[in-house]
Design a protein around this ligand. Structure first.
Ligand SMILES: Nc1ncnc2c1ncn2[C@@H]1O[C@H](COP(=O)(O)OP(=O)(O)OP(=O)(O)O)[C@@H](O)[C@H]1O
Length: 253
């Protein structure tokens, strides 16, 4: 089954800045894909398109078998509940408790009464505890989020998406605030989750070695376009030099 398909997708932001151009890209359910490329290449914008958060002004997007921009409000909400995103900066209110932040992963799946109640009173603590335990954070369940370090907060964002169990799991720089050992362990947890649930995992990463180690398929983005889309083993130093190195690097490749 296909997880998503983009057909010539292009995005120009409101200020006239082009972020994506002619992106044609498809993934089978269960694939694990890393997005790499220099700052400003369009990785976050692409993840927003895949998350049905941003409508491409050009081309089309099919996500989990549906065109999000042809759905009614209720169906769009249902589709978004099946897509989970680890954001670059976790959108967590500072005074919120960790358990509530993790429960928020399922807000879109619950009836409104349950979602509202869970914001005031945690209706499930076993699920969040289990998700946090996988990231070595079980003892922080009832802490306030503003008492956590940046790296701990980033892992709460990961725990939220583990708890959500989405079919399409998107992660924007999910380990940027973590030390190398924790970054490695956290990516292993995300990969294991994708494998166990059959989810498709797409993560943007600045650390190229992590992309090559944890993701069978690696997509290089540059200037809003796909520079390469290859199995990790075929991403050579020359291709990386071309991706990150400007004109000189492009000639070397
Ligand atoms: N909301 C926005 N409004 C205007 N321009 C934007 C917006 N978001 C991104 N851009 C621009 O679109 C281009 C792609 O940005 P994007 O954030 O997708 O890149 P990125 O590869 O994720 O970068 P980084 O690695 O630095 O996070 C950049 O030129 C950026 O300045």
């Amino acid at each position: 089954m296909q997880a998503f398909a983009l057909d010539g997708a292009g995005v120009v932001h409101a200020n006239g800045q082009r972020a994506l151009a002619g992106i044609t890209l498809a993934a089978r359910a269960g694939e694990r894909i890393a997005l790499i490329g220099p700052s400003g290449a369009g990785k976050t914008t692409l993840l927003r398109v895949l998350g049905a958060a941003l409508r491409p002004g050009e081309g089309g997007a099919m996500l989990l078998g549906a065109d999000p921009w042809r759905l009614g409000a209720r169906e769009l909400r249902r589709l978004r509940a099946r897509i989970g995103t680890v954001h670059q900066a976790a959108p967590i209110p500072p005074r919120q408790r960790v358990v509530t932040a993790v429960l928020a992963g399922r807000l879109g799946q619950w009836p409104r009464w349950r979602a509202l109640l869970s914001l005031a009173w945690p209706l499930d603590t076993a699920g969040p505890r289990e998700a946090l335990a996988r990231l070595d954070l079980a003892d922080r369940l009832f802490d306030r989020c503003d008492r956590l370090s940046g790296g701990q907060l980033q892992r709460v964002g990961v725990a939220r998406v583990l708890y959500q169990r989405p079919a399409l799991l998107l992660a924007d720089e999910p380990v940027s605030a973590l030390d190398p050992a924790l970054a490695d362990a956290t990516l292993r947890v995300l990969a294991a989750q994708a494998e166990a649930t059959g989810a498709t995992l797409v993560a943007s990463l600045h650390a190229v070695e992590l992309a090559l180690r944890h993701f069978p398929r690696v997509i290089g983005l540059r200037d809003g376009r796909i520079a390469f889309d290859l199995p990790a083993a075929e991403v050579t130093p020359a291709r990386l030099a071309a991706l990150y190195g400007g004109e000189a690097g492009a000639r070397a490749a």
